[in-house]
Ligand binder design. Sequence first.
Ligand code: BGC
Length: 885
Amino acid sequence: MTARAIELRTEYLVDPLGIGETTPRFGWWVEDERPGARQTAYRIRVASSPERFSGDAPDLWDSGQIAGDEQAQIPYAGAALGSRTRAHWDVTLWDADGVAGPSSAPATFEMGLLDRADWSATWIAAPIMEAGQTLPPAPILRRTFALAHPIRHARLSITALGLYEAHLNGQRIGDDYFRPGWTDYHVRLHYQTYDVGAHLHQGANAIGVLLGDGWYSGRVAHLERGLLYGERPALLAQLEVMHDDGSVTRVVTDDGWRWSEGPIRRQDLIEGEEYDARREIDRWAEAGGDEATFAPVLTQAWPDVPLVAAPNEPVRVVRELVPIAEPRRFGAGWGRIGYLFDLGQNVAGIVRLAVRGPRGATLRIRYGEMLAADGTLYTANLRSARATDAYTLRGDAAGETWSPRFTFHGFRYAEISYHERWDGELAPFDRTTVTGLALMSDTAETGTFECSDPLVNQLQSNIAWGQRGNFLEIPTDCPQRDERLGWTGDAQVFVATAAFNFDVAAFFTKWIQDCDDAQGPDGRLPEVVPRLLGQQDGGPGWSDARVVCPWAIYGAYGDERILARHYPAMRQWLEWQAGSARDGIRPWEGCDYWPGFSDWLALDNGWQSTIGATPRDLLGTASFAHSADLLRRIATLLGHDADAARFAAFRETAVAAFNREYVTAGGRLAVQTQTAYLMALAWDLLPEPLRQPAFDRLLGLFAERDWHLSTGFLGTPLICATLTRFGRADLAYRIFLQRDYPGWLFPVQNGATTMWERWNSWTPDAGFGDVNMNSFNHYAYGAIGRWMYDTVAGLALDPARPGYRHVLIAPQPGGGLTHARATIRSIRGPIASGWTIDGATLRVEVSLPPNVTATVTLPDGTTRELAAGHHVVESAVGSRQRDKP
Ligand code: BGC
């Protein structure tokens, strides 16, 4: 038996095409079933063709035999990689005995167009311009072209200001949505590369592209269309066809393209899409198609921003959902007839319709996350988002199917209606009429969590669906209302949980760059990234995403480059924080910058208030101390020792100010909120002798509320981890498992299938919460997921050895659970940790892949060191388990 590399990745992706990293990093899993398996050396070979590679002298890079167990984040160190370079690579591993195994199956990566000079395309657009609230049709841009020689391979490099969907010879290219994605188009634009050789042939060909407004010229949050970036979409495309004889044909966007309106009559991400199938243009993306309605395009200047290869996964359909029951029909003859479909799951995405009816009949499709008390669709919480699609039938006798392209909605229920008098009679709708298509940045699912309490399992499902519904190009707050923004606070509390559930390395590689792009010249990070209009500052707990997110990605994936690359921006951000403090306190009373969103939605100021009772200066000072500490660690790691000392001093100043302003000599805080105590304890802001008294007081605050939380976005993620750390996991369980309001399981108990924005977004007594701020798909409170993985199941990262090089397995059984188990497909391979209670015995099962070690700490305090393999260890259930405080 030997060791072999599998699951090869370049820049976190499988065989990526058109990348922009000129020093791409490699990673793999080690396949070696033997207990204790370890890689002792590796050799990477990179060649520009499979032939060059099979010999012993690959032309791009041969790392030679390198001792060690590195298997991730290994930078390419060969010949310079130019635009379009296609590289084939493999790995050979040496096992624990120093024996070399067979080389891996080869992987590939290909460089994109690295320089502006590589592009000979011109920006083109259709002269469709609508102002304000009016939604424009989606133009079709098209070009026919001839290929004189047989084709070896072909690449399409393409982007838009707006959204594009490309077709070649009648076939859609790729299965992505909303490309090129959302960056701050004033600062950076992404493009994509597709392998399109199979779509082309010698002779006459055609390319057709649909253009949507998307974030570029459509509505963004409450802003009307055209306000944020530009007024209409534009396209840039470059098709490069390599022929067998070595010649190249380039087909680029230029003034030879033609445009027409088509069947998409209106479109907007937030408002919805209207499609008139009677206006479809026959063979619109095929040579010989009808060009009668097409007119010459406009050309326009290059936007003055870098054009960069997208580093993240595209948005794709990640789940298809069939309605859980036959639709409910409402309305009667000669009026509006409607059907209400229930997908059984709140999602972000679109529907696919399969209908049959008269030509010209128009279906209106509305979406909602909940039903009103009378059983009708509830849409009040969408605020100004119209979230309505329309489909006008062609009238095919065999039926027709449709789904929108340039919109998405947050919904569990879809209501389809038509007017019987005007539209005529349609074939009756049933469960097959609607399929829900959940859209998400196609990040791989990596984590599972399961335990003996079905409500907790549903909570885990809700957290994962919260992530599915909101990790769409950027981490958004919610997918349904007129918001859908990259709220920094929400992202920073959730990032660690996110990295358990899905592989978010490439996703955050992209968004952390967005943070750089959004940062003001003075170092402030706005509350949403990409930024909206004006110079903004997120304030405490929001702008801290600046350091918390890169640190979390480093922890989960061992990505040191993300720290190094964004270090200057992080430092600038921290310096701004320090400079804006007074006597160590920030924000201070009357300061001239945004004091923050407080402990957003905390209940301790009365539930009508969105601002919690914990004062912003306390939250800000505590957060600053914490972020200064994180950046100190980052600076140390990167070897910036002088900075590290400076940041340590920042922290000391903040800690001193915190103690001076908010702490009594007896260890009480001047502010009696759970969040104030949680921050003081979680981030070690108190002198040692005051910690236990403060912790006891925190317990008192929980006891006063009969072991319920009163915290908001910032305090909530700290509760269970802090109680556990101070030895009271039993009380963490007690609060965690409350079935009644407020707590994690209250929404679950009330039928939630995603995380709600508020603990009382809906209650049996009061019905719906405040419609102004009432999302049913808001992952922030899902930040508890991390504790479920690392403490309940006991699968924890070791901050000292990030990227799962070493894991800390210290399950804390409690809450009456009889078993719990978590798995993660980590960057170093699959890891599992689980336990079962059998009478007085706790049985802990751990599996580790090669190269990963673990320290297991059992409830009785004993520890074991484990290496690769499957392990079962047993102990007495342990004294740490207590049922009552
Ligand atoms: C968003 C939140 C966000 C908050 C800032 C809300 O509108 O939905 O999730 O963090 O504003 O306080």
